[in-house]
Ligand binder design. Structure first.
Ligand code: SF4
Ligand code: SF4
Length: 387
């Protein structure tokens, strides 16, 4: 695409009118109400998953997943529509400690200082990356869907008009556990990512309310996170349908806080993902359900879970969730195998720099990634320190 497109943010991928997207058409919700995919939902949500006598799927590994999701499931539920617990839209009550009088508000004379306050606080609460953008309301869900496997509920998405900014946060998922995908060990990292999303954004929203401004914390609910993250300068869209960040590749989860607090906006970035994805198809090759497309990006959608008017590699979410239902836990092969998924290191920094500055060498970088054996699934016992 080229650096000149970066300034456009998510708009750089838009090819037509972005129609309002109803959250109930997102795959996790659809599998609850859409007869076309009801069998997937039945299997995914309703069938019990007994542990297997197989490394990565034993009871003590399944429990790792349950523990990791605990905070999201019981104190936030952003995956089920949000708006409660840590994702509550309102301040929950008066604090006895510290007993601050109500109605106080900071005056924003210097947006730069306030922005740096917010970014520092977000990282203090646990965000690995923080970016800020104008809230482009095209990416808001036209209505919300409160997911319940026994029957979901549609609700109005009546977000106050004054909320014009989005603070987008990425939380890093553990590299060592993601490398075990598609076993429960990797699912533990995913669950922990969701719990950290709720923790970090919920606390940040409460902090902003304490400054006298409105703030709504959201996980996967309320708005599509990826275009907002692109606008906020956190990364680029990739073939695997996930945001790729320069720091952690696709190994992040995204949360956001929507607010009326005046803030300085970040600039969108471009660091070579689009061009690299065009020659690399590792995620597609290693996708167990073949939900990721090969070849050039297109605006052709697979089903109603994709957004029309967007040029990208549209994931077939029906195939993806179908594999999860059979697997008994989620999958992160498209994160594990991605060449942008690397731990810290000078060599990796050098390759990332090369991808950004010399796309003509992308095939060489890809060849190196294969030769070095990156992205291979790790054996379960190596996680527990027994091998
Ligand atoms: S999560 Fe797994 S099944 Fe779904 S698209 Fe990624 S690799 Fe494929
Ligand atoms: S594995 Fe390759 S094609 Fe897939 S998202 Fe990563 S860089 Fe792009």
């Amino acid at each position: 695409m080229g650096v000149k497109y970066a300034e456009k943010g998510a708009e750089r991928y838009v090819t037509g009118k972005i129609e309002p997207f109803d959250q109930k058409n997102e795959m996790f919700c659809r599998s609850v109400w859409d007869p076309k995919v009801a069998d997937i939902g039945e299997k995914f949500y309703m069938e019990e998953t007994p542990p297997k006598n197989q490394p990565g799927h034993r009871l003590f590994e399944q429990s790792l997943v349950n523990g990791a999701w605990h905070l999201e499931n019981y104190y936030a539920a952003g995956c089920a529509g949000g708006r409660k617990g840590l994702y509550s839209w309102d301040r929950t009550g008066k604090y006895v400690y510290p007993n601050v009088p109500p109605g106080l508000k900071i005056s924003v004379d210097n947006e730069k200082e306030v922005t740096s306050l917010i970014k520092k606080t977000a990282s203090f609460y646990g965000a690995s990356l923080v970016g800020i953008c104008k809230l482009d309301r095209r990416w808001l869900y036209s209505s919300a869907y409160f997911l319940d496997p026994k029957g979901g509920k549609v609700a109005e998405n009546n977000l106050p008009e004054e909320l014009t900014n989005a603070i987008v946060m990425a939380v890093e998922m553990d590299y060592g556990s993601i490398m075990h995908s598609p076993s429960c060990i990797a699912s533990g990292a995913v669950g922990l990512g969701y719990s950290k999303m709720a923790f970090t954004s919920g606390l940040l929203a409460e902090y902003i309310r304490g400054l006298g401004y409105q703030a709504i914390a959201c996980g996967n609910d309320t708005a599509c996170s990826v275009p907002l993250a692109i606008d906020a300068g956190l990364g680029e869209i990739a073939r695997n349908g996930i945001l790729i960040t320069p720091e952690f590749g696709p190994r992040v989860r995204l949360a956001k806080v929507l607010t009326d607090l005046p803030l300085i906006l970040d600039r969108p970035i471009e660091f070579g993902v689009w061009d690299f994805c065009r020659i690399c198809e590792k995620c597609a090759k290693h996708c167990p359900s073949q939900a990721i497309v090969y070849g050039e990006p297109s605006d052709k959608i697979n089903n109603i879970s994709n957004r029309e008017g967007v040029l990208t590699w549209h994931i077939d979410a029906e195939k993806c969730l179908s594999f999860w239902a059979t697997n008994g836990n989620d999958c992160g092969n498209c994160i594990r195998t991605c060449p942008f998924n690397k731990p810290d290191g000078r060599l990796h920094d050098f390759v990332r720099w090369g991808i950004r500055t010399t796309p003509g060498l992308n095939r060489l970088f890809l060849w190196g990634d294969d030769i070095m054996g990156y992205g291979k699934e790790r054996k379960a016992d190596s996680f527990w320190g027994q091998a």
